[in-house]
Design a protein around this ligand. Structure first.
Ligand code: VGL
Ligand code: ZN
Length: 211
């Protein structure tokens, strides 16, 4: 019952324990996305996942900046960086994808945030806006032109990925109820405004299931 042909892909962003209740950087109600994703994933022949994948000494962790607390911001060479609680450390349970995700057809897992000195919210481009993850080239090589995005968190990794998808020439639509947000200092409203301005579409999973 694949609804979408080979020119479309579902991009599942950071559906990891680290962003679920009990994780290092818990997103409220984050685990509610799992059953929604499991309902929509069978519509897609192509599925790609991302995994936030930090070394323990990563620059985005408040713990690596003495005297700083989580959710403060610092200036880095590439711009402003939010300091996060330690999350998704490489090889830990916190970095694992949720066990209940059922996407057996998934074809690629893009790991990001593994350079110690650069964060990467986006699945496409690291925060220095120069270092590519290789995802755009992979999708283009496979003839994929349309992306549907879901995962965590709406206002960080999903939004940055959707914006970069548009910048790289892809059609991009966020599946709203298959995402949850952090919403730090108005970040969610800003993310939706930025996505709208960039031509990112929005759809609900129920509408998607009726396509
Ligand atoms: C994310 C903050 C830090 C995300 C990842 O997946 O949205 N947010 N690392
Ligand atoms: Zn991270």
């Amino acid at each position: 019952m694949n609804t979408f042909d080979d020119s479309a892909a579902l991009l599942i962003v950071d559906a990891q324990y680290g962003f679920m209740p009990g994780g290092g950087l818990p997103v409220a109600d984050g685990d509610a996305i799992v059953p929604v994703i499991n309902r929509i994933a069978p519509l897609f022949a192509n599925v790609v996942l991302t995994q936030d994948w930090h070394p323990v000494d990563h620059i985005s962790f408040a713990a690596n900046h003495p005297g700083r607390a989580p959710f403060e911001t610092i200036a880095l060479p590439y711009g402003e960086q939010v300091l996060w609680p330690t999350h998704c450390v490489q090889g830990t349970r916190d970095a694992a994808l949720h066990d209940d995700l059922r996407v057996p057809q998934a074809q690629l897992i893009i790991r990001k945030g593994f350079h110690r000195d650069v964060d990467s919210y986006s699945a496409f481009m690291e925060a220095d806006r120069r270092t590519s993850t290789g995802l755009a080239a992979y999708l283009k090589a496979r003839g994929i032109v349309r992306l549907y995005l879901c995962g965590l968190a709406t206002d960080y990794c999903v939004a940055w990925s959707a914006l970069d998808a548009r910048a790289a020439g892809f059609d991009a639509t966020v599946i709203e109820d298959a995402c949850r947000a952090i919403d730090l200092n108005g970040s969610l409203a800003r993310a939706w405004a930025d996505m709208a301005a960039a031509g990112v579409g929005r759809i609900g999973s129920a509408a998607l299931l009726n396509t």
